[in-house]
Ligand binder design. Structure first.
Ligand code: EPS
Length: 388
């Protein structure tokens, strides 16, 4: 399975093409729209989310509610496009319209300046339109398809916020994946402990008032994972490494960890490795899950636990100092409409990209021309691993 996304933030629409999906997967626009709506909620988002109501349209790869095995194309319209038609026009426009909303003062922390230098753009809008986190819409759409495959294989994915602007969620350590899903879904901030919400909202309000932004940490957990996805035999086949790449590729993400993660630097090996046990019902399991479901770049059957850190959004209403690319004079950076925080939305995106990497790996590892074949192959594999 491979995929592409395309589309500018204020262009007419966003597109994704996925190739290599099994035939016979039940899929509806509603399956995708539910996930798109989850990404659009969350306390602390700006005005744009009031304009957009993301809805997918399939234009290929599906017939009568089932995938065909041919490339699946999904399109999401940008409702805001109507306000940007001449600014973002594909056709040349009159001279006097060319510089409307031109950006010449790059925002620190954004792709603006480096992208401008690299592609030799003199209007930094040409960079920010694609580097915008609007692109994550299509990653969530692709993730929704991936999740559909995973759910047919009894694999469940849940994402939630564990730190927001320095406020930590005291996550109970015995929660199941389903409980994490259920609890975070009820929360506007996608946290599993509702008592922390007031403090977080207050911080978001204060941050907004100060023209500033905050980041945080999101966690994705996956249950029901077959043993042996990914491989130790070559660096580029390690599944934890592929997931790490996918998580860090989310806009504004700066780091990733699995299980105890960076905490491993502070503990002896005896408190990190997960002891192996076996019983007839569950086969091989571990007494603990400090390693977050991976050994040797392969899934070991324990839940995958992966966290990613998101820096505060770099577009500030109280802008930082920058340089105007026309005059080279110091200037305050451009102010674009923005969110105070998008960490809750980012937890939905993280969920999507992890689901996508897992589905990709599963489709590569097992016969998967059709869902029927795939389900049979995974079932046989699970029976084998239990009694190995
Ligand atoms: C974004 C800036 C804002 C956000 C946008 C990401 O958009 P605008 O400039 O249109 O106000 O709302 O996020 C989305 C549109 C989205 O769908 O998540 C940015 O600069 O990254």
């Amino acid at each position: 399975m491979r995929f592409f996304t395309a589309g500018e933030s204020h262009g007419p629409e966003l597109t994704a093409i996925i190739e290599g999906l099994p035939a016979g997967l039940s899929l509806s626009a509603e399956d995708i729209n539910i996930e798109l709506a989850r990404r659009q909620t969350g306390y602390g988002r700006g005005g744009r989310m009031l304009i957009e109501k993301d809805q997918v349209r399939f234009t290929s790869g599906i017939r009568h509610g089932k995938t065909l095995g041919s490339p699946l194309t999904m399109v999401v319209e940008n409702k805001d496009w109507k306000n940007w038609q001449s600014i973002m026009s594909a056709e040349p426009v009159e001279e006097k319209l060319k510089n409307v909303r031109r950006v010449s003062k790059p925002r620190p922390g954004h792709a603006d300046l480096v992208g401008g230098i690299k592609y030799r753009h003199k209007d930094l809008r040409n960079v920010l339109e694609r580097s915008s986190a609007r692109e994550t819409t299509m990653r969530v759409a692709i993730g929704a398809v991936a999740k559909k495959i995973l759910s047919e294989l009894a694999i469940e994915v849940a994402g939630h916020v564990v730190v927001l602007g320095g406020i930590e969620v005291d996550v109970p350590n015995n929660l199941t994946v389903s409980e994490i899903k259920e609890l975070s879904e009820k929360s506007e901030l996608r946290v599993v402990v509702p008592t922390v919400e007031d403090e977080m909202k207050q911080l978001i309000d204060e941050t907004k008032k100060n023209g500033d932004t905050i980041g945080g940490v999101v966690e994705v957990v996956v249950g029901g994972v077959p043993i042996g996805l990914g491989s130790y035999v070559n660096y580029d086949r390690k599944l934890d490494a592929k997931i790490a790449q996918a998580v860090v590729s989310i806009n504004a993400f700066k780091g990733v960890e699995f299980g105890v993660g960076f905490e491993a630097a502070y503990r002896p090996g005896s408190q990190i490795m997960d002891e192996i046990i076996w019983n007839e019902q569950d086969g091989y399991t571990r007494k603990t899950n400090h390693l977050g479901g991976f050994e040797g770049g392969m899934t070991n059957g324990e839940p995958i636990i992966v966290r990613g850190v998101m820096k505060p959004i770099p577009t500030l209403y109280k802008p930082l100092m920058s340089v105007d690319i026309d005059t080279k004079e110091p200037y305050k950076a451009s102010v674009e409409r923005s969110d105070s925080t998008a960490v809750p939305a980012a937890s939905v995106v993280a969920e999507a990209v992890v689901a996508t990497e897992l589905a990709k790996e599963i489709l590569e590892q097992f016969s998967s021309d059709s869902m029927e074949e795939l389900k049979e192959a995974v079932k046989l594999h699970r029976e084998y691993t239990k009694n190995y």
